[in-house]
Design a protein around this ligand. Structure first.
Ligand code: ACM
Length: 537
């Protein structure tokens, strides 16, 4: 019997059913049930075959069937020499199945005449988690829209279903907002960029590259990205980070700031800046206006309001903010931050959308109906889940793909945050913290890998930092992560697929025990979350 195909993520159930194969050729017909036409287009593209529509029951066809009893992202694929049948509840499941079929095709033998023989398999598959995400920070570095399309394709290949776009930050505003043109005329551009890693603000020894950097996406470009993502079963979640991380907006419209010092330009260094929004009604109206345009472009259920890293010094020092706090009867600047977010969360909820924000929001009481993204650790997420909030896990220790993928003293890599997070570490991660009671665990929607791009100036480097860690996370989120060496073996084949897709992945940790791992001790590759891998290959 042939070996199991090397699919990533591994399907929940897969059996090889025979030695032969199904022959897919440029004349193989496609039989469809009504409503599945958009999936046909995706299949033609992914399988790179014309797949003419069959008018009758043709032998050897690819058949798409509907089975409403299946879960929305579940699917079955049955390949026999007589044809291939894909069954799903609707386009959602069929889109995911198309990605699995595409990987199966890579396992097939080309016949030299444009066709390929695909192994006989039965696959019955469904994901463990409903939020299988990837964050890309387009504020710290701007990337061409074409790259975001490629990132969507790569996420879909790994059966992920969320692309979180971090659209605004101190270093750049990246979304066209028609009502406030200066956000992109001024806020999308910085004079230069810090060279090297993080330095504190105004460090006199900081070195800059002297090169202006910036760019933004038009609403038309973002709408096209959303449509492209939807055609692959991916929802785009936009983030407008408020009320901190707003220096680019304040540089464009100084009246949004606290007017304590001359307005500063768009930030050229990394880290947390002190400049935050003021709490005037006019500023809240600005935020509502921006969100109104965001809602026009992004139809998905979730809108991210940020809420992380809000230094309160300006609010403490501003007589006007202190007066407003008294008017509102709020006891502290933290309560004011919570109030600010609540105004905007209610704005979104009233329009049928779901607010989501970073875990600092928990500190003063998360607005009702707000989903929490737990980044400082997993505890915030666990606490929110116990309180009945939905949670997406993004603990930076395990899911920020900003640090080295291997020991930089042993493997040469581009400059990264000075810690190590290997693919094996990510593979060992599980989104539901141990000990969480089942009613709270049910609120853990899933997790996402985060590509913060301070030290990733090019698209190539983003890909290098994302892969292969994202492959590991995809399998964790699909719910089939198991034995690391078995995954690593499959992954080696999968990485060839990525290379063919013009992706240059970073280094993989070796799978053999290290010299330091004595006889009888487990290989650390299969060890616990967060463990440093010290194996030699
Ligand atoms: C974050 O990393 N400040 C969400």
């Amino acid at each position: 019997m042939p070996a199991l195909p090397h699919l990533v993520p591994r399907p929940a159930s897969m059996t090889v059913t025979g030695p032969g194969g199904w022959h897919l050729t440029p004349t193989t017909p496609l039989r469809l049930e009504p409503g599945l036409e958009p999936v046909a287009e995706l299949l033609r593209e992914l399988l790179d075959q014309p797949l003419p529509r069959a008018t009758a029951d043709t032998p050897g066809a690819l058949t798409l069937r509907t089975e409403p009893a299946l879960a929305p992202e579940a699917y079955r694929i049955e390949v026999t020499p007589a044809g291939a049948t894909v069954t799903a509840a609707g386009p959602g499941g069929h889109r995911i199945a198309a990605q699995t079929l595409r990987q199966l095709l890579d396992e097939g033998r080309p016949d030299g005449r444009g066709g390929v023989s695909v192994p006989c398999v039965d696959i019955a598959d469904a994901p463990r988690f409903g939020w299988r995400g990837l964050l890309i920070d387009v504020a710290r570095h701007f990337f061409p829209i074409e790259f975001l399309h490629k990132l969507v394709d790569l996420a879909a290949l790994h059966r992920l279903n969320v692309l979180h776009l971090h659209l605004t930050d101190d270093q750049g505003w990246r979304m066209e907002i028609e009502k406030y043109p200066r956000l992109t005329e001024v806020g999308a551009w910085r004079a230069e960029t810090l060279v090297g890693r993080y330095t504190f603000q105004d460090d006199p020894d900081a070195v800059f590259d002297g090169t202006p950097h910036g760019g933004y996406y038009t609403k038309a470009e973002l709408r096209a990205l959303v449509a492209h993502a939807a055609s692959r079963g991916i929802t785009v979640v936009p983030e407008i980070d408020l009320p901190g991380h707003m220096r680019a907006a304040i540089a464009a419209y100084p009246e949004l700031g606290n007017d304590l010092e001359p307005a500063r330009p768009v930030c050229t260094t990394w880290g947390i800046t002190e400049q935050i929004l003021n709490v005037e009604e006019s500023t809240l109206q600005f935020c509502r206006d921006v969100l109104t345009e965001v809602l026009e472009v992004f139809p998905g259920p979730y809108v991210h309001l940020g809420g992380d890293e809000v230094p309160k010094r300006e609010w403490r020092q501003s007589p006007r903010v202190q007066q407003r706090m008294r008017e509102l009867g709020l006891p502290s600047e933290s309560a004011l931050a919570a109030w600010f977010t609540r105004q905007l969360a209610e704005f979104l909820t009233a329009r049928g959308r779901r607010p989501i924000g970073w875990d600092e929001l928990l500190e003063d009481g998360l607005p009702a109906g707000t989903t929490l993204m737990s980044w400082r650790d997993e505890e915030g997420g666990a606490q929110a889940a116990r309180l009945g909030h939905d949670v997406v896990m993004t603990p930076h220790q395990l899911l920020y793909f900003t640090v080295y993928q291997a020991d930089p003293d042993r493997v040469e890599q581009p400059l990264a945050v000075a810690e190590v997070l290997t693919t094996a570490d990510v593979y060992a991660y599980r989104p539901v913290p141990p000990g969480l009671p089942p009613n709270a665990a049910a609120h853990i929607l899933g997790a996402q890998g985060c590509l913060w791009t301070e030290l990733m100036p090019t698209a190539r480097q983003v890909e290098y930092m994302a892969f292969p860690r994202l492959c590991a996370l995809a399998e964790v989120l699909w719910g089939t992560a198991g034995d690391y060496p078995e995954f690593a073996f499959r992954l080696t084949k999968h990485l060839r697929r990525l290379t063919r897709l013009n992706v240059t992945p970073g280094p993989l940790p070796p799978t053999r025990p290290a010299v330091a791992t004595g006889p009888g001790r487990p290989c650390p590759c299969q060890g616990s979350v967060g463990q440093q891998i010290s194996c030699v290959g």
